[in-house]
Design a binder for this molecule. Structure first.
Ligand code: ACO
Length: 423
């Protein structure tokens, strides 16, 4: 392949360098375009064709259904590693040795409390507030209670900030739910593992001993791994761009939570369960809703089907489908909504409309089902997604700062009025 791309504007020719990624991806480097051409820019709303950074963290190929973290296939990581192994891999670049993992786990445990005054902030929210809004605000508030983590100047301080947010974020996430339910706030039990603590902080009530099976813990662990990073998606790009102004790690992650909240991004898993409930409340006629989804005059879409990037299959959905099947079997759950999900999946996978458009169940279809089977309320689904995505956000923020990326500042094409005067 040629090393230069040729661009011609008004008869003038410009050579633009072509750069290649390690997985064979090709990019035209337009970073000098304005200087070369005297002000010409490129237009790409939604950044569908625009690379914003060089990254060593995650590779995905939507056509082939490939997802890798730091070069490891997601299938292998989900089968053989724990969420904290994967978090370490994403953030620090390599899988941890046993000693490195033990230190990481113990350092996270050392940070598993937050300042009690954080509860005053939580108290200020109405009980019905959406947990994602509360989580974003509390994550941002952490900055004030941990000023040394705002703008770190050494690797040691950065490491400290990383373990602080890894420890405190799931605690705050659980508090958003406890507040909503009117329950007292829980802290982690440091004799338990990271994922088990997420569940017990959320669900343990003072009058009962909390028990959860290893099936449940493993299913959640795997789900968190599958959500841990997905390269430059909306929330991750947000974290990077906020951090590019040299805002601190916690403030940048708070912005990522807000970006993830939207139904076009992390909110889809909640929409899946709401759709299944709608079908159930309507009498459970799945065929009727399949017809609605195919009817172009009807805005209804099958939530949890289709993906912007994965057009053949979503590799995460393949893994998670098996986990969902195993979990439902092992927990022996009889839930009419989950029966509807099974029926819907079967019909849609055999239907010509869905087959011809490559519309397969995506990761959110099955994650919604697993969360429901685990007893997690639907308004907490996106919060669970945020806990899973946290290591990815940290890794991407850390890489952006290490690469000394310039402040993110896109251009625009002004199409408004010109030269008006006040009469
Ligand atoms: N149900 C019915 N028809 C659908 C669906 C669906 N879920 N998704 C796409 N289609 C149809 C479209 O109507 C269109 O049909 P046409 O070619 O006859 O006009 C065709 O399939 C292509 O659809 P687009 O909207 O062009 O596909 P796009 O890549 O832009 O959208 C998206 C992808 C947004 C995910 C879409 O499939 C969708 O809305 N799915 C439901 C919501 C969802 O599950 N989102 C979660 C995505 S995963 C994640 O974010 C982690």
């Amino acid at each position: 392949m040629s090393k230069k791309a040729l661009l011609e504007i008004d008869g003038k020719k410009y050579e633009l360098p072509i750069i290649k990624g390690t997985e064979g991806e090709v990019a035209i480097d337009i970073s000098k375009l304005r200087a070369m051409t005297g002000g010409v820019i490129t237009m790409d709303p939604g950044f569908k064709n625009t690379g914003s950074c060089h990254s060593d963290i995650t590779f995905l190929d939507g056509e082939k259904g490939i997802l890798k973290y730091r070069g490891y296939a997601i299938e292998e990581l989900a089968e053989k590693k724990s969420f904290l192994d994967v978090a370490y891999l994403l953030i620090f670049g390599d899988l941890p040795t046993k000693e490195e993992l033990d230190t990481f786990v113990s350092d996270i445990k050392d940070e598993s409390m937050v300042n009690e005054e954080m509860k005053d902030i939580l108290d200020g929210f109405p009980r019905a507030a959406h947990p994602m809004g509360v989580l974003s605000a509390l994550t941002s508030a952490l900055t004030s209670f941990n000023p040394s983590s705002v703008n770190v100047s050494s690797d040691k301080d950065l490491y400290k900030a990383v373990v602080k947010i890894m420890a405190k974020f799931p605690l705050l996430a659980s508090w958003t739910y406890r507040k909503n339910q009117g329950y007292p706030m829980n802290y982690a039990d440091n004799s338990k593992g990271y994922v088990e603590n997420i569940l017990q902080m959320m669900f343990r009530i003072p009058t009962e001993k909390y028990k959860c099976s290893s099936t449940v813990i493993n299913a959640l662990d795997q789900l968190l791994i599958l959500h841990a990073d997905h390269e430059q998606n909306c929330s991750t790009s947000t974290v990077r761009i906020v951090g590019s102004s040299h805002a601190g790690l916690f403030a940048s992650i708070s912005a990522g939570v807000s970006a993830l909240w939207g139904p076009l991004h992390g909110g889809a898993n909640q929409a899946v369960i709401e759709m299944l409930d709608e079908i159930s409340n309507d009498g459970g006629d799945v065929d009727k809703f399949i017809l609605k989804a195919k009817d172009k005059s009807d805005p209804f879409r099958l939530m949890g089907f289709g993906h912007r990037v994965y057009k053949n299959f979503d590799p995460r959905a393949t893994i998670i489908k098996k986990a969902a099947d195993d979990l439902l079997k092992e927990l022996n759950i009889e839930d009419p909504t989950l029966k509807i999900a099974e029926k819907l999946e079967k019909i849609a996978l055999e239907d010509e409309y869905f087959k011809s458009r490559n519309l397969y169940p995506n990761v959110d279809f099955y994650s919604g089902i697993i969360y429901k089977a685990l007893g997690i309320p639907s308004e907490m689904f996106t919060v669970m997604f945020a806990i899973g995505r946290l290591p990815g956000w940290i890794a991407q923020w850390k890489e952006m700062r290490a690469n000394q990326e310039p402040i993110g500042r896109p251009r625009q094409l002004y199409q408004g009025k010109v030269d008006r005067t006040i009469k």
